[in-house]
Design a protein around this ligand. Structure first.
Ligand code: ADP
Ligand code: MG
Ligand code: MG
Length: 253
């Protein structure tokens, strides 16, 4: 059965239509890449799947593990296993990264009927996971993302994902602004958490991430629609051709 089923989804913000009939089905173990010009609606799609309150679904459905989640609160989505790594991770001054990660991890564990972890036990768990993203323990005692470099913020998101063990992970331009070493670390972190039960959606502009993590499907978005779906070689084609052809593309049916 699919993990995620987006069916004919249209959505708007302030009565401005942004998504115009997106359909996307992700089965366990699959990796999907979503590509497309700036402003085509990639981040909006990911935020709507995560339950961002700024958008209204005007048509269509989002099903997660067979249940319609159109009106589920974002916290409940996250606890039930939907993870969104943001294009621009937020900074939370005054909240230690360790505590932030512990609270979100415990909320997820509670949903999974696993025991909640106190600070001591959580530190043990998080130290294991720090290895995956090659982060220093010092990052745990700092405020969430505050003063983190772009690459450190992205690695911190992969750390959070590793702790939450989501059913579906949507990574929005996690590779943007990363140097080659950071990209490899992030890519290997994603690979380590990916497994036969988990679905992954990678939103990216770059082939270099997809060289590290080969997607099963590549979707091209334009003006709030998925206009083309192919296999991994479609990403190579996009790199050659650019996005201009997508602007007035008539959707293949
Ligand atoms: P992408 O991630 O593909 O670059 P976005 O999903 O961020 O694109 O944006 C798609 C379009 O929707 C853009 O034109 C953007 O300006 C618009 N948009 C997104 N969110 C909002 C919002 N909260 N208010 C107004 N316009 C928005
Ligand atoms: Mg963009
Ligand atoms: Mg975006």
């Amino acid at each position: 059965d699919p993990i995620l089923e987006v069916k004919n989804l249209s959505a708007s913000t302030d009565n401005l239509p942004i998504l115009k009939g997106v359909s996307l089905t992700v089965y366990p173990g699959e990796i999907h890449a979503i590509m497309g010009r700036n402003g085509c609606g990639k981040s909006t799609l990911s935020k709507i799947i995560a339950g961002h309150p700024s958008y209204n679904i005007t048509n269509g459905d989002i099903k997660f593990l067979g249940e319609n989640i159109n009106s589920l609160e974002p916290e409940a989505r996250s606890q039930s296993g939907i993870f969104l790594g943001f294009q621009y991770p937020i900074e939370i001054p005054g909240v230690s990264n360790l505590e932030f990660l512990r609270v979100s991890t415990n909320a997820r564990r509670k949903f999974l009927n696993k025991e909640e972890l106190d600070t001591f036990d959580f530190e043990e768990l998080v130290k294991e996971k720090l290895e995956i993203v090659k982060m220093d323990q010092a990052f745990l005692s700092r405020s969430v993302n505050q003063g983190f470099s772009g690459g450190e913020k992205k690695r911190n998101e992969i750390l959070q994902m590793a702790l939450l063990e989501p059913k579906i992970a949507i990574l929005d331009e996690t590779d943007s602004g990363l140097d080659i070493d950071a990209l490899r670390i992030v890519a290997s972190g994603i690979k380590k958490i990916s497994n036969a039960q988990t679905g992954i959606i990678l939103i990216t502009h770059y082939q270099r991430l997809l060289d590290e993590i080969k997607p099963n499907y590549v979707h091209v978005m334009s003006d709030g629609q998925i206009i083309k779906t192919g296999e991994s070689d479609l990403a190579l084609e996009l790199e050659k051709k650019g996005y201009e052809w997508t602007d007035n593309f008539i959707k293949e049916t």
